[in-house]
Design a protein around this ligand. Structure first.
Ligand SMILES: N[C@@H](CCC(=O)N[C@@H](CS)C(=O)NCC(=O)O)C(=O)O
Length: 252
């Protein structure tokens, strides 16, 4: 085991699948850490100052920074080896990490674009979700500023009709491919829960209503209901729900 850190801070967006991947890994390991939440839009100057770039998750370990969810999880796995998220067999480990790369690269950005295209128009719901946990005055400031943030998000992530339609198609193919990758087995690698399942469920999870994922703001927007109804009935959904219930709910 590597030396345990004295201070470990996860800089994160509460409302984000890449960040949920890291939170889940930390919770599996019961790793002592603090969480520093950021609000989309307000995060830009703060994260630039902290890390010279604007993406989260960022892990700060005794003053040193680790950027990107896969590298952070790699560090978590080396620091707290048990319970193991990586298979010990080298080939199985490579396969598990390849599933994670697939989730990060072929699913993450498409899900984000397609989901935001659907839910960004509801200003009240989006502003309430992104500013969740702040006091009333800051939430009001956030809501007033939100139309500007939305305009910026659309440009930054290319959240327009045609790209969103293509991203929905990518997502539908990814769900089909997940069913093929599972081929009727309960887990993606080695018939036990590994980083492969954690990454795929965290990254694909927002297609379905996973209890406790991003459901703090109630009542939920009709736009979110429309989003969920797009994927309802897909044969991958019961697997996402089962892995979430059995492996995430227990450690959160
Ligand atoms: N490859 C990165 C992607 C992280 C990412 O895309 N983070 C988004 C949130 S989902 C972000 O921080 N966006 C804000 C920005 O880019 O300014 C990882 O795996 O951590």
């Amino acid at each position: 085991m590597m030396a345990l850190p004295t201070d470990c801070a996860l800089h994160h967006f509460p409302f984000s699948h890449y960040n949920e991947k890291v939170r889940w890994a930390l919770d599996v390991k019961q790793a002592p850490h603090r969480r520093v939440p950021y609000r989309p839009g307000w995060h830009i100057p703060l994260l630039r100052w902290l890390s010279g770039q604007t993406q989260v998750p960022v892990m700060e370990v005794d003053g040193a920074l680790i950027l990107g969810s896969a590298d952070i999880i790699d560090w978590i796995e080396r620091t707290w080896p048990e319970p193991a998220l990586y298979p010990s067999d080298p080939q199985a480990r490579e396969l598990a990490l390849a599933h994670q790369r697939w989730a990060d690269e072929a699913i993450g950005p498409h899900l984000r674009r397609a989901l935001y295209w659907e839910i960004l128009p509801d200003t009240a719901y989006m502003a309430a979700s992104f500013s969740y946990g702040l006091g009333a005055p800051l939430r009001t400031v956030y809501r007033v500023q939100f139309p500007v943030f939305r305009w910026f998000m659309r440009r930054y992530m290319n959240i327009y009709d045609a790209p969103a339609e293509r991203s929905r198609e990518h997502l539908a193919r990814a769900l089909d491919e997940l069913v093929e990758r599972l081929d009727g087995r309960p887990y993606l690698v080695e018939d036990r829960f590994t980083i492969a399942d954690l990454a795929v469920v965290a990254m694909l999870g927002p297609v379905t209503d996973l209890a406790g994922y991003v459901d703090w703001v109630q009542p939920r927007s009709p736009t979110a209901q429309t989003w969920f109804s797009r994927w309802e009935g897909h044969p991958a959904i019961p697997w996402l729900q089962r892995v979430w219930t059995e492996h995430r709910r227990q450690v959160s």
